[in-house]
Design a protein around this ligand. Structure first.
Ligand code: FES
Length: 319
């Protein structure tokens, strides 16, 4: 695991933001202050309780200048595999857990002349500290935020108070849609940022490229990777040990290796950070990550096993 050190915290307060979203305020135990962080950072939370071992990453959504509290917001997912249900049903004020130090794979660009944020639902969370950072530095930004309704819109009052002249809401129950066309006619030098479902990120990224945004001006945040619908099973051989593994269609290569006790370093698990990279000696990689460059993908020499798979029947890894 890439995180070498953890911080003990307790849940100081829980706020019901919307019918499905709770905000958790975490304060340090035995520590004067928490590490400072920048807008776009996330933490990984570690909960071990009665045989349960939950490890989930969440954006920090509080003020980066606040070091006595971290804030995260979690949506109760209908098809949760344990994480959001546990947080919503079992975690009470006073609950103790461990968290990682903050990491930031979604930083603000300091080259941007103007920042345009697009959030859908719980995707609002990383943008709050980002906008606070920009506001305190007198930078130019605007937020476009889509939700089902005002009642389902997390932080509605708070962001209206904090950023009264920079936000645009799109509530589907009022027939309003957040459209990628908003990216047209922005100033040259504008950077765009997306956070929400993978389908929205794909749609807005494609449109941004069509509108002529350089790839370096397009930023997005993913917290879960959608399983590949047409994924096929494949075989993997570890060249150094000679071990072979069968990778079923519904499991990642990383998960199979970790469960077999192979110590592969990892962090984001969504193909964003590059921590889990492994050299490939043979086989055709099916790249699904957002980290490697086009050239690196074409070279077929490196795989990110948290998300990428195999187009041929077998991969041989230099491991
Ligand atoms: S763990 Fe981050 S890219 Fe695989």
């Amino acid at each position: 695991m890439v995180y070498t050190s953890r911080i003990n915290v307790l849940v100081k307060k829980i706020i019901q933001e919307t019918p499905l979203i709770k905000r958790f305020l975490l304060s340090p135990i035995n520590k004067a202050a928490l590490p400072s962080f920048s807008g776009g950072s996330h933490i990984t939370t570690f909960i071990q309780s009665s045989g349960l071992n939950l490890q989930r990453s969440y954006s920090l959504c509080g003020n980066p200048s606040e070091t006595q509290l971290y804030q995260i917001a979690i949506k109760k997912q209908a098809h949760s595999n344990g994480g959001s249900l546990y947080w919503h049903n079992e975690v009470k004020e006073g609950f103790k857990l461990q968290i990682s130090y903050p990491k930031n794979y979604f930083p603000l660009s300091f080259k941007a002349k103007h920042h345009v944020f697009f959030a859908a639902g719980i995707g609002i969370t990383p943008f709050i500290p980002m906008m606070l950072d920009l506001q305190s530095n007198g930078k130019s930004f605007e937020l476009h935020y889509a939700a089902k309704s005002k009642i389902d819109c997390a932080f509605y009052k708070r962001i209206n108070v904090l950023f009264p002249s920079n936000i645009y809401f799109y509530f589907s129950n009022e027939g309003k849609r957040m459209l990628p066309e908003i990216m047209q006619d922005q100033l040259i030098g504008t950077h765009v940022y997306f956070c929400g479902p993978q389908s929205l990120i794909k749609q807005f990224t494609k449109k941004a490229i069509d509108y002529g945004y350089p790839k370096t001006s397009i930023h997005f945040e993913l917290f879960s990777s959608q399983p590949k619908l047409d994924a096929k099973p494949f075989e993997v051989e570890l060249h150094k040990s000679g071990q072979t593994f069968y990778i079923p269609k519904n499991q990642s290569l990383l998960k199979v290796l970790l469960e077999a006790g192979i110590k592969v370093p990892f962090s984001c698990q969504v193909g964003r950070c590059g921590t889990c990279a492994i050299e490939v000696l043979s086989g055709e990689i099916d790249h699904q990550d957002y980290f490697l460059s086009d050239k690196e993908k074409k070279d077929q020499k490196t795989i990110l096993p948290c998300v990428s798979r195999c187009k041929s029947s077998k991969l041989i890894l230099d491991y």
